[in-house]
Design a protein around this ligand. Structure first.
Ligand SMILES: [Zn+2]
Length: 449
């Protein structure tokens, strides 16, 4: 539509969600209304056509549009007489930002306040739970399975601001460590980056929303390859430079005829993108959207470089490196380019592997086999995880904070209380270990220091 346009929100939802009985009738435009200006007439005709279309769709399929649950959002309609134009489509009028299919929609840049509904959604869950009556293991399950899943739909289609991630983390953190009470330094036993590591990397396996959102967004880049004829193909996708870099790192392109591979933006050059190999040449290129086939055809990529911008040794170095790689490429006609996800046995993208990939380089712990995999009550596992990390409030840790404590172990009343003493050294604990060893007939059960 031209400068002034109207967006209908909810009509499409009504097709799929609002299935009504066929007794309802479509409201009719009043017979007599004042003369409209020419531009008003144009919009009035467009809306009448839209109303007729929806009406006939409802007649044919029985899926009738619920006008009262649809909404109309005028965009730049300052000079128009909307009351008369909308007479044939009397849906409630609203303004941006609004939500469509559960996603915030606006003509401006989305702000933190536009994502308040996500925080409200999580807070509503929290009000129904009595956190103080749950064990930490119980709260951990709720954080992992319920709280972490609330923003997933939004995270997969929009780049959510970092501050919103921070607010969601704050709610999850507070519930995990303090239930519904306020979170103080003493209650927060382990820092959040450690908690959000996978189990085998020493964490609690709570989702790191920043990393998982990135893993979800990378799916769009994968789908661009896998479904080039999808209805959304060619539209802007919600991926930033880091997402694209991660995708380039995680994939290998098997070059065929070069038609589907972007010369500058795909990682076909020994697993790297030419824009990363030769960033200055990329900047100097006048054509950045050509395919590999177009670029290699008669060295088009070289002829598209603005020679005026090439004037340093670094430029020449980058050019020679890229040129030597390009020279080594032979295109195979009648074979399509193919992409493989490197971090999955099937060679296909999965959100789990894209998430896991972002933890490469972290130290591996065997806590998964030691604590999480064996059978045992969850609260005991959580306790074991905390005590291995020395995060139980034993006397030595209370002393470092200057908090009131009894320095002597209350079990043996001889030595000072530390996590190590409590589990391994204490004579009382050792007697418990021995009793268990005898009961289970496993002699070497007691831990050794
Ligand atoms: Zn003791």
């Amino acid at each position: 539509m031209p400068a002034a346009s109207l967006a209908t929100n909810g009509a499409a939802t009504a097709f799929t969600v609002r299935i009504q009985e066929s007794s309802s009738t479509w409201p009719q435009r009043p017979e007599s209304y004042p003369k409209l200006r020419r531009i008003d007439r144009a919009f009035e005709r467009e809306l009448d056509a839209l109303a007729a279309l929806l009406h006939r769709f409802g007649e044919a399929t029985g899926l009738r549009t619920n006008i009262s649950k649809s909404s109309i959002v005028p965009i730049s309609c300052g000079g128009l007489n909307l009351d008369e134009i909308l007479a044939g489509f009397p849906a409630p009028r609203t303004s941006f930002p609004t939500r469509y299919l559960g996603i915030p929609l606006t003509v401006m840049r989305l702000k933190k306040v536009d994502f308040q509904y996500l925080l409200d959604k999580i807070s509503r869950k929290l009000t129904n739970w009595h956190g103080r009556n749950l064990t930490q293991a119980g709260r951990l399950v709720l954080v992992k399975s319920v709280l972490s899943s609330q923003p997933m739909h939004t995270l997969s289609v929009i780049i959510v601001p970092r501050e919103v991630h921070g607010e969601i983390d704050r709610l999850r953190k507070r519930f995990l460590w303090a239930g519904n009470e306020s979170l103080t330094g003493g209650k927060c036993k382990v820092n959040w980056p450690t908690v959000t590591r996978p189990l085998d990397l020493g964490g609690l396996g709570v989702l790191d929303l920043n990393r998982f959102a990135r893993a979800l967004r990378v799916r769009w880049l994968w789908q661009q390859w896998e479904a080039p004829n999808a209805p959304w193909a060619g539209l802007e996708i919600p991926c930033n430079d880091t997402d694209k870099l991660l995708f380039a790192t995680a994939t290998t392109i098997k070059i065929g005829d070069g038609a589907r591979t972007s010369f500058w933006h795909c990682a076909w050059a020994k697993g790297r993108r030419p824009k990363d190999i030769a960033p200055d040449i990329f900047t100097a290129s006048r054509e950045r959207k050509m395919s590999l086939r177009e670029a290699l055809d008669e060295q088009t990529w070289v002829r598209r470089i603005d020679l005026q911008a090439i004037h340093t040794v670094e430029h020449l170095k980058q050019f020679v490196e890229l040129w030597s790689i390009a020279q080594s490429i032979t295109l195979a006609q009648n074979t399509e380019d193919h992409i493989v996800w490197k971090f999955n046995a099937s060679g296909a993208y999965s959100a789990a592997s894209a998430y896991r990939l972002q933890f490469l380089g972290h130290t591996n712990f065997n806590l998964k086999a030691l604590i999480w995999k064996p059978w045992g009550p969850s609260k005991c596992k959580c306790f074991a995880w905390l005590i291995i990390r020395n995060r139980i409030w034993t006397a030595d840790r209370l002393a470092t904070r200057g908090w009131p404590h009894n320095p002597i172990c209350p079990l043996c009343r001889r030595l000072s209380e530390t996590a190590h003493h409590l589990i391994i050294e204490c004579r009382y604990s050792r007697r418990v270990w021995e009793a268990m060893a005898s009961w289970l007939s496993i002699a070497p059960l007691a831990p050794v220091s």
